[in-house]
Structures are given as C-alpha cells and as structure tokens.
Design a protein around this ligand. Structure first.
Ligand SMILES: [Zn+2]
Length: 244
C-alpha cells in the first residue's frame, strides 16, 4: 500500500494496485518490462533492443486508485469489459487480413467505453483527471451518457509487438494522444482533434448505447503491430528496418 491522490475520486488516500487492463481481461500473470522512454530512444537497433528495466510479474497495473474506486470499477464495468476482451482474442485468432468486419454479439458497449476511459484515467497522473473533469464524471457516474465531442476514443486489434502505455505526454501529428495497447486491443484517447485519426475505428459513439448487455453490432477493426513505444506507430518490422 502507498498513499497518494486517487485518480478517480481525487482524494488523498491509501492506493491499492489496480490491474490495467483488468485481471480478467488476460492480465493476470503478464510479465513486462518497465523501460524509460529515454533509455529506449538511445538504443541503436530498436527491434533488437533488450530492456534493462526490471521484469514485473503478476499483471500490468498501477497504484492509482483507492480501494473504493477500485471496487467501483469491478462492480460496474469490469465484467462487460472482460467479455469484450474475450471477443478480441477470438478475433485475433480468426483474422483473415489486416482489416476485418466482425459481428459482435451480446455486449454492453456503453459500459465497455466507461472502462476504457477509466483505464486511461488510472494510468495517468492525478493532474490528468483534474484537467479533464468531464472524463472523471463520465466514469464516476454509471448512468451518465454525456461526453463532449472533444474526447475521441479509437480501437484496433493488437496482435503483435509490445505492450504500449503512453501516458498523456507530448504531442504528435494528431495533437495530444494517450495510448494503451495490450493484447487483444489497442486504444487511443485523442483530445481536441476534430480531424479524426485515419485507419483506426472510433468508438466514442458507444456513449449513446442503452445500458444493456444484449447489443449486437458490426465493427471493422484494423489489426496492428506495436513494436516501438511510439504512439500511433503501427509499422511492421520490415517497415521499421527500411527506415533505419
Ligand atoms: Zn478513489
């Protein structure tokens, strides 16, 4: 246990370890490296780069939420999200090309979207939620359907490459982005970019679904590799080698 500001309720409390994504979404025993971006950037050959950071076991996550908020997510959003992750794993297995249209059945997109935004809040520093109270409100109130057009969420299938956890950081071609890529999905949160991001599937509209778990819908998904810790970089190994 450690103390700090809970990302969701913004109170100074004891923080518990929050699995991001949830344990039940294939994040129980993930082994991963924590590699400072600077260290990575100095490496000569990116693809053969062997991180020196320590190996973490027992799942990816952060000490970022208090016990109460942790429990709140579990009670409200984790099950619909885990169900969505199961679909993602089967989609990766059955993908015939880099872009496929899937029929998704018996899901609650409204709650899945809330969990995705909760993960972005939890992986960022407390100031991020403070500066975006609308995102906090959207997650903290399970019934709230309002989320302004400023906030866009995108998804793709992530079947190859590294885990990517880009906190709200710099800007890139699309303005400011935050990215979480963890098999089977990658997500982008993009704020104040009204041009959209090509070749990703926007799911911000899931806020308009009724809060029920029996929705069936079609969704087109790109299947992208994430070999480098650079947000919105989906080059294959071959493409990376050509450019270096
Ligand atoms: Zn809290």
């Amino acid at each position: 246990m450690q103390n700090g500001i809970c990302r969701l309720c913004q109170k100074d409390k004891e923080l518990s370890f929050e699995h991001i994504p949830p344990k039940s979404a294939f994040n129980k025993t993930t082994r991963y490296f924590s590699v400072p971006f600077k260290e990575f950037a100095k490496a000569k050959n990116w693809l053969n780069y062997k991180p020196k950071g320590k190996i973490n076991q027992g799942g990816l996550g952060y000490h970022s939420l208090c016990e109460k908020c942790n429990g709140f997510l579990n009670d409200n959003y984790v099950r619909p999200y885990a169900d969505w992750a199961k679909f993602g794993m089967s989609a990766i297995k059955n993908a015939k090309s880099d872009y496929n249209v899937w029929e998704v059945t018996e899901k609650n997109p409204f709650r899945i979207l809330k969990q995705i935004i909760a993960m972005f809040i939890a992986m960022n520093e407390p100031w991020f939620g403070k500066q975006n109270p609308e995102l906090l409100e959207f997650v903290n109130n399970p019934e709230l359907k309002i989320l302004s057009e400023r906030y866009k969420i995108y998804v793709y299938l992530k079947s190859r490459g590294q885990i990517r956890t880009t906190k709200w950081s710099g800007t890139n071609f699309y303005g400011q982005v935050c990215e979480l890529a963890f098999e089977p999905f990658g997500y982008i949160l993009n704020i104040d970019n009204y041009n959209g991001i090509d070749h990703l599937t926007e799911i911000s509209g899931w806020k308009n679904y009724t809060d029920e778990r029996n929705h069936t819908f079609d969704i087109g998904l790109y299947d992208y590799p994430t070999y480098l810790p650079i947000p919105t970089d989906y080059r294959t190994k071959e493409e990376i080698n050509i450019n270096h």
